[in-house]
Design a binder for this molecule. Structure first.
Ligand code: ADP
Ligand code: MG
Length: 687
C-alpha cells in the first residue's frame, strides 16, 4: 500500500505504532474496528474477596500496607496489601523505580488479574492496577483484551479502538434495514460498540464463544460477502463465451454402444447435467463428484465424445503419470476404432513422440489430449479446445486449472467448458461456501455387483499372517497390492523401504511374481509394471503411494497398507478404493505399529468403521479443520475470520439465500457490502 494511502488509512497515528498495526493486518480504521477482543475482563464491579477462589479472575480494591524488593530467586517487587481486612500480595517481576511511589502505605488501588495461592497466601502476579480514590466510579463497560503483537500494549489498542469507534457512528451499515429486520440483526455501529465495549452485565461467555448476537451479526456480514462474491463470479462466468455443444452425436452413441456395461442411473444423470451445461453459450464449471470406483471416467469420456462430436477438442489431465497412462490406454483404445485420434503428453516421453503429439493437437488432427501436468506447458497448443477435464482436481492448484483454460484463449476460440472430477467429497458446508461457484453432479451409487470391501486392522507384529493371506488370495487367481509406508523425511528412504519389502515378499512368496512401482521409476518402466499387473503377469504389486489415485485393476482384491497409522484419511480411503472393483470380495488390511498417537487412533477408527466417502470426508474435516481440507483452493479464497462453518450453518444458509435476493433487488447494497468486506481481495475468488 503506498505511503499516502496509508496516511489516510491510519492518519494521526505515530509511524512506529502504525508499523505494529500493519503487523496485525490493520491498515485502515475499519480494520481496527474488526480487530476484535479475544476476551474481556470485568471491572464493572468489585469481586467479593470473601467469595473468590484461586484461579478466578478478580477485580479488587485494596489498600497498600507496604512494599519490598527481593532479589531471590530474582529481582522482584512485592506489594503487601489488604482487601476487606485480609492480606493479599501483588508481585511484579518487571517494574520501574518510578512506580514505587504508587505503593506507599495507605494508597488505594484497583487491581485485576487471576487470583493465585502463593507461598505467602493469596496473591496476584503482574496484576493490572491503577491508583484510585475512595468512591471512584467503576468501569461502565467490560474491558477488552485484544490480540496484539510485541510493543503494542493493551491500553494503546484500547485507545485506538475507542478512536475508531468514535468514527464508527459515521460508518454506513451495508445491510439494508429490511434484511436486518427479517433476520433480527443489530445495526453495525451498535454491534461494534457491543463487541469493543460490552455493557456491564453483558454475557462474557457468549461474547467469548462468539454466540452473542453481536457476533452473529458480524459473522453474517462475512458470510454474506463470501456468498456475494461467489454469485458475482458465477454471473461473470455467464458473460463469457464458450462453444455451444448442444446434443450428443454419433460418437457418443457409438461409444455408449461399445461399453460392456450399462451406465448406472447416477452416471446417466451426471452425464445429462453435463450435457445441458455443454449446450450453454457460457463455460461450464462443474464438479463431478463420486466415491472411488463409482465410474467417473466413463462419464468424462462420454463428455469428451460430445465435444468431439461438435468438432471441438477435449483434454483430460490427471495428477500422476500412472493414472494418465491408464486413462490413455482405456480411452484411446475405446475411441480409436471410432476414428478418434488421441495425443499422449507427459513430461518423460521421448522428444519425437512429444513433438508429434503437440503437432497433432496444434493442427487439430488429434481430437483428444490425455496427459499430466506436462499439458500445462507453454508449447502445448490446441486448435479448437472445447472441453477441459481435470481428474482428481484436488491434486491441482488454482493456477494450474486456470493455465489449462487459458490454452484456448490463446487460440481465440473462447473459453472451454470445464469438468473437474474428485472422489474426495466436499462436505455440505464447504460446498455451500468455498465451492459455491461450482455446479456439482454427484454419482451416488456404485456400479452393480460390487461387494463392500472388508477392512481389518492388524498389528505389525502379525505381518507374517498377512503374508499368508496374500498367498492364499493369489492362489485363487486374484491379485494384491502392498503399499509401503510414507517416510516423510526422505524420499530415498521411502524408496528403500519399498525395495526391501519387495525383496522380503518375493522371498516369502516364491510362487508369485512380485512387482515394484514407485515414484522414482522412469515413466516407461512404471507404465510397463502397471501393464504387467493389469494383465495379471504380476500378482503382487509392491508400491509406494504413487498408486493412490485412480488406478483401476478389477482383478485386484487385496490391499495391504503398511504403517497405516501414518496416512491421512483421504489417502487411506483412496487406497482402499483400489480393490473390490470387480464382483469379488475385496479386502483392505491396515497394518499399524504402536504406539499410536491420539489422531492416528481416531483416523484408524474412522476408516475401519466407515466405508462411505462422504462420511469419511466429514470426519476428516472434523479432525483436520477446513484449512487443510481445502488444500489448493485455500491459496485463493479468503478464509473466514469470524464464521465457523461447523457452528454457523444456519447463518450460512441465510447468507446464501439473501445473497441472491440482494443481488436481484438491491445490487448497489450488494456491491457496497462486498467492497467493505473483501475490497481488493474479492478478485482472488475468481479462480
Ligand atoms: P472412479 O470413479 O474411481 O474414477 P472408474 O471410472 O475408474 O472409477 O471406474 C471404476 C470401474 O468401474 C472401472 O473398471 C469401470 O470400467 C467400471 N464401471 C464404470 N461404470 C460402470 C457401470 N455402469 N457398470 C459396471 N462397471 C462400471
Ligand atoms: Mg478415477
Amino acid at each position: 500500500m503506498p505511503a499516502e494511502a496509508d496516511e489516510q488509512g491510519l492518519g494521526g497515528i505515530a509511524p512506529a505504532t502504525r508499523k505494529r498495526l500493519h503487523a496485525l493486518g490493520i491498515r485502515r480504521w475499519e480494520d481496527l474496528l474488526l480487530h476484535l477482543p479475544l476476551r474481556y475482563e470485568d471491572e464493572t464491579r468489585l469481586s467479593d474477596f470473601a467469595q473468590v477462589h484461586p484461579g478466578d479472575s478478580v477485580h479488587l480494591e485494596v489498600q497498600v500496607l507496604g512494599h519490598e524488593i527481593g532479589y531471590r530467586p530474582r529481582r522482584m517487587l512485592r506489594v503487601l496489601a489488604s482487601c476487606d481486612g485480609q492480606p493479599l500480595s501483588l508481585r511484579f517481576l518487571n517494574f520501574y523505580p518510578s512506580q514505587l511511589a504508587q505503593f506507599e502505605p495507605g494508597r488505594l488501588l484497583r487491581v485485576s488479574g487471576e487470583l493465585r495461592l502463593g507461598f505467602n497466601g493469596p496473591e496476584l502476579v503482574h496484576p493490572r492496577y491503577r491508583v484510585a480514590q475512595a468512591g471512584d466510579p467503576l468501569a461502565g463497560a467490560l474491558t477488552p483484551i485484544y490480540p496484539t503483537t510485541a510493543g503494542l500494549a493493551q491500553p494503546m489498542l484500547r485507545k485506538l479502538a475507542q478512536q475508531a469507534l468514535a468514527k464508527a457512528g459515521a460508518i454506513r451499515d451495508t445491510l439494508p434495514a429490511g434484511l436486518r429486520q427479517a433476520l433480527g440483526l443489530a445495526d453495525l455501529a451498535a454491534t461494534l460498540h457491543t463487541l469493543h465495549e460490552p455493557p456491564a452485565g453483558a454475557s462474557v461467555a457468549s461474547l467469548e464463544d462468539r454466540s452473542h448476537p453481536a457476533w452473529q451479526r458480524l459473522k453474517f456480514d462475512e458470510l454474506l460477502a463470501q456468498q456475494l462474491s461467489m454469485h458475482q463470479h458465477r454471473s461473470e462466468r455467464r458473460q463469457q463465451v464458450a462453444p455451444v455443444l448442444a446434443g450428443s452425436g454419433a460418437l457418443v452413441a457409438q461409444l455408449r454402444a461399445a461399453l460392456p456395461f450399462a451406465l448406472t442411473a447416477a452416471q446417466d444423470r451426471a452425464l445429462h447435467e453435463i450435457g445441458q451445461d455443454l449446450a450453454q453459450p457460457h463455460p461450464m464449471q462443474r464438479l463431478l463428484q463420486g466415491d472411488v470406483g463409482s465410474g467417473k471416467t466413463i462419464v468424462a469420456a462420454l463428455a469428451c465424445a460430445q465435444a468431439i462430436d461438435h468438432e471441438r477438442q477435449a483434454v483430460l489431465m490427471a495428477p500422476t503419470a500412472i493414472l494418465a497412462e491408464q486413462h490413455f490406454q482405456k480411452i484411446a483404445a475405446a475411441l480409436a476404432p471410432l476414428g478418434v485420434r488421441c495425443a499422449w503428453v507427459t513430461g518423460s516421453q521421448k522428444k519425437r513422440e512429444r513433438e508429434a503429439a503437440l503437432d497433432a493437437l496444434a493442427t487439430g488432427e488429434a481430437q483428444l489430449a490425455i496427459g499430466t501436468h506436462a499439458l500445462l506447458e507453454d508449447p502445448v497448443r490446441f486448435a479448437r479446445l472445447g472441453l477441459v477435464v481435470i481428474d482428481e482436481q484436488h491434486r491441482f492448484g488454482v493456477e494450474q486449472r486456470l493455465a489449462l483454460r487459458r490454452k484456448s484463449e490463446q487460440a481465440g476460440t473462447g473459453q472451454p467448458h470445464q469438468l473437474m472430477m474428485s472422489a474426495t467429497p466436499i462436505p455440505r458446508t464447504l460446498s455451500m461456501s468455498y465451492f459455491a461457484d461450482l455446479d456439482v453432479s454427484v454419482i451416488d451409487e456404485l456400479p452393480p455387483g460390487r461387494t463392500p470391501i472388508r477392512t481389518k486392522l492388524v498389528d505389525e507384529s502379525r505381518r507374517h499372517e498377512i503374508i499368508e493371506r496374500v498367498r492364499a488370495q493369489c492362489a485363487l487367481g486374484e491379485q494384491a497390492y502392498w503399499v509401503c509406508p510414507l517416510v516423510e523425511e526422505s524420499e530415498a528412504l521411502d524408496l528403500q523401504t519399498a525395495i526391501d519389502a519387495q525383496a522380503e515378499l518375493q522371498l516369502a512368496l516364491p510362487e508369485l511374481e512380485v512387482g515394484l512401482v514407485h515414484g522414482r521409476l522412469p515413466a516407461a518402466d512404471k507404465a510397463a509394471v502397471m501393464q504387467a499387473f493389469a494383465a495379471g503377469r504380476i500378482q503382487l504389486l509392491v508400491a509406494t503411494t504413487v498408486i493412490e489415485v485412480g488406478v483401476d485393476v478389477p482383478n485386484a482384491t487385496m490391499m495391504v497398507i503398511e504403517h497405516a497409522e501414518r496416512m491421512g484419511l483421504a489417502q487411506l480411503h483412496q487406497l482402499r478404493g483400489r480393490v473390490g472393483r470387480g464382483g469379488l470380495q475385496g479386502w483392505c488390511i491396515l497394518l499399524f505399529q504402536r504406539p499410536l498417537s491420539q489422531l492416528a487412533r481416531q483416523r484408524l477408527k474412522v476408516i475401519y468403521e466407515l466405508t462411505d466417502g462422504f462420511a469419511i470426508a466429514r470426519e476428516d474435516l472434523r479432525l483436520r479443520g477446513p484449512g487443510e481440507f481445502l488444500g489448493a483452493r485455500q491459496s485463493g479464497a479468503p478464509m473466514l475470520r469470524f464464521a465457523d462453518l461447523d457452528e454457523d450453518i444456519a447463518l450460512l444458509e441465510a447468507a446464501r439465500d439473501w445473497a441472491g435476493r440482494l443481488l436481484a433487488e438491491d445490487p448497489a447494497a450488494a456491491a457496497g457490502h462486498l467492497e467493505r468486506w473483501l475490497g481488493a481481495r474479492a478478485d482472488y475468488l475468481k479462480a
